[in-house]
Ligand binder design. Structure first.
Ligand SMILES: [Zn+2]
Length: 368
């Protein structure tokens, strides 16, 4: 694999997951600037700030994606109610979390009552610390435990998110810029964003939810009904999806998006069944933790088929007596080159995933 393949495969480098299908920038016919956004409240459409596109997908419900000027690394949902705001996911650093807060202020000055964490991963929850003291943070009990359990030293963070990992990407990017024959402006922009991201990492203090759930919880904020559902184990042991039944919108975090999920902390064996809980919801719009909006359930079919094929390959290797390392090297992603572009570009990620699946197989065997 060439460096450019690696860097290119990792997209804007630390957009981490779902690189294969980065969102086409959402159409923004009614975009307004943050400076003029005062008048945007109560209107429909997309608000663009320096750092975010806030696409109104239902009245007062905004799908927040990064514009690329700051590494936000994941999508968020901003729900503006009669008297307050509820946010889902806080991005990857305090720096990115502050950018989200600033962008929210472009659409409303109402207080943020709750921040919900879809799961514990750094790229969704390491902006938690910038939310004000009077914002409660809600997440699954598993998420709280994981965030209290030194996540900065976990294998996922160390391999993908840490200063060491990100500095390695910067080195590769610098080499690519040096060897590039043509215009390097886009790469240099990536470098600026990556350097800012790396500089922001030491500030992060993992800040766990102070309110937890294990199954379901419903918030009623004015006339808005917001259902938090733990659909079962999947991307992590504590995934929470956020469902707005009246608006027919669900935010699925990394349980479902238009790309292959990272499985290094996952339950690949249980995840297809867990996705059936999403399938059962009455929704028009599915907002994932990465990538573009999804408007039909074929995304669920594809994720389930991918998970089952991956799990079967790993199980076969286990049966044959291969080591986890050998099994990782043998994985055939040819049916999912685009869908699993992140995995295809990053063998160290596949090793984490297959190692995790071996743990799951061994747990099943121990239980028999
Ligand atoms: Zn995740």
């Amino acid at each position: 694999m060439t460096l450019s393949r690696l860097v290119g495969g990792l997209c804007l480098i630390s957009l981490l997951w779902a690189c294969g299908e980065q969102p086409a920038p959402p159409a923004a016919p009614e975009a307004v600037n943050a400076e003029t956004a005062d008048s945007a409240e109560g209107t429909s459409g997309t608000v663009e700030t320096q750092t975010h596109l806030l696409e109104e997908i239902a009245p007062g419900v905004y799908f927040a994606t990064g514009t690329g000027s700051v590494n936000v690394a994941s999508n968020a949902l901003v729900i503006v109610n009669e008297d307050d705001v509820v946010v889902v996911d806080s991005h990857i650093t305090a720096d990115a979390g502050r950018a989200l807060l600033n962008s929210i202020r472009a659409i409303t000055d109402k207080p943020i009552s709750y921040l919900i964490n879809s799961h514990f991963h750094f790229d969704h929850a390491h902006g938690n610390q910038v939310f004000a003291e009077d914002t409660d943070i809600i997440g699954h009990e598993f998420t709280r435990a994981a965030m209290l359990d030194d996540p900065l030293n976990g294998a996922t963070y160390q391999t993908i998110g840490s200063q060491t990992a990100q500095t390695g990407l910067l080195t590769a990017l610098n080499e690519q810029i040096t060897s590039e024959q043509g215009d390097t402006a886009a790469l240099e922009t990536q470098r600026t964003v990556l350097e800012r991201h790396i500089a922001a990492l030491p500030e992060v203090v993992p800040t766990p939810p102070n309110i937890t759930l294990t199954d379901t919880m419903t918030l009623r904020q004015g006339t808005r009904e917001i259902r938090l559902i733990h659909p079962g184990r999947g991307h992590t042991g504590g995934d929470v999806i956020v469902y707005l039944p009246a608006e027919k919108v669900v935010f699925t975090g990394d349980l479902l998006y238009a790309g292959a999920p990272y499985l290094g902390d996952g339950f690949a064996d249980e995840m297809p069944e867990t996705l059936d809980v999403v399938r059962a919801l009455d929704v028009d719009v599915i907002a994932g933790g990465h990538g573009p909006l999804m408007r039909d359930k074929t995304h669920i079919d594809r994720s389930q088929a991918y998970l089952r094929q991956y799990w079967n390959q790993v199980s076969d290797s286990y049966e044959k007596g291969l080591s986890a390392e050998e099994a990782a090297a043998a994985i055939d992603f040819s049916d999912y080159e685009e869908f699993a572009a992140f995995q295809v570009a990053a063998p160290q990620v596949v090793q984490l995933e297959v190692g995790r699946m071996y743990q799951r197989i061994e747990a099943h065997e121990a239980a028999e």
